[in-house]
Design a binder for this molecule. Structure first.
Ligand code: SAM
Length: 295
């Protein structure tokens, strides 16, 4: 029989299991150094350093990213929808207070970038304590940042954004409203004719528990909907993670690899050298889904 192990919660971070939303397995990270802990009007913010993972951001005790894998998440959620679009000019980012999506988005020749983040303190704290995530992107002249609930904000727009990136927290706490049918309807309405959206969803291990339901709701609005696979070692169960790309008119899976490669080169130029995960082939590979997760 295994020896009973007791872990001291001052030395270990235990990620909260979310019954009904996530399978009840939880991860523990050794805390090498506590960097910040505080409560905002919306959520608890915890930043700590862990061996092997570097600096980690947790909101309401859920890991948002670690220093070693944030680029995987941010590159895929940003470049996959932007490069699927023939000529995106106006981007909206919902959530994304750490600045990782903005960092990737400013590499594109966009005219306007809007960001709506519910919690001003996430942006302020991440800029100060995790500057490697935004890398100065918050001072880009094309960016306008609004502090408001993303669902209310987008409800005021019609036929306006070419691409919408929903980089929210999980369907608990302030992020819950971003997993509702009326929100998906508003995203559809706010997008232009060839508009494309991408939504952060959850771990594939919980596909049957929760993801299939949201994907089917999104399918009720958008013509082309695909789960997108990526691996986030710091996430629950170190598992394969799922975004969902949803498009009104353009099929992101049917564009040729050459077209994506040409757009990457023309739009990002030398900045494409900064990418470490996303490639034109990854663009397509991430949309091939095992049989049990097809819907
Ligand atoms: N990588 C992430 C993950 O693991 O889910 C998401 C990162 S980002 C830090 C998520 C952001 O969404 C947070 O800063 C949070 O404040 C913001 N957020 C949550 N609910 C929101 C809402 N209703 N409107 C706008 N922003 C929201």
């Amino acid at each position: 029989m295994n020896k009973k192990i007791t872990l001291d919660s001052r030395e270990w971070f235990f990620e909260t299991p979310l019954p009904g939303v996530r399978r009840c397995k939880f991860d523990a990270f050794k805390i090498e150094k506590d960097i910040y802990y505080g409560k905002t009007e919306f959520q608890k913010i915890h930043i700590f350093k862990s061996p092997g993972f570097g600096r980690i951001l947790a909101l309401d005790n859920i890991i948002q990213f670690s220093e070693i894998d944030e680029f995987i998440y941010h590159e895929v959620i940003t470049h996959l929808p932007l490069l699927s679009h023939p000529s995106p000019q106006r981007l909206l980012v919902i959530g994304g207070g750490d600045g990782g999506v903005i960092r990737e988005a400013v590499k594109h020749p966009l005219e306007e970038i809007y960001q709506v983040e519910i919690d001003r303190q996430v942006i302020e704290i991440c800029k100060k304590l995790l500057p490697f995530v935004s890398k100065g992107a918050f001072s880009d002249k094309r960016l306008r940042v609004y502090f408001e609930d993303g669902r209310r904000f987008i409800g005021r727009y019609d036929n306006f954004f070419d691409v919408v990136i929903v980089d929210s927290t999980d369907p608990v706490g302030p992020g819950k409203v971003l997993f509702r049918s009326d929100f998906y309807r508003s995203v559809y309405k706010a997008l232009t004719r060839e508009g494309i959206a991408i939504f952060q969803m959850g771990a594939f291990i919980d596909f049957d528990l929760i993801l299939r339901r949201f994907i089917n709701i999104i399918k009720g609005f958008f013509k082309y909907v695909y789960p997108v696979r990526l691996c986030m070692p710091s996430y629950s169960c170190g598992s394969e993670y799922c975004f969902v790309v949803a498009s009104k008119k353009i099929d992101p899976h049917k564009i040729s690899v050459n077209t994506i490669a040409r757009r990457l080169n023309n739009r990002l130029g030398k900045k494409s050298k900064t990418l470490r995960y996303y490639t034109p082939l990854i663009h397509f590979a991430s949309m091939y889904i095992p049989k049990l997760w097809q819907c």
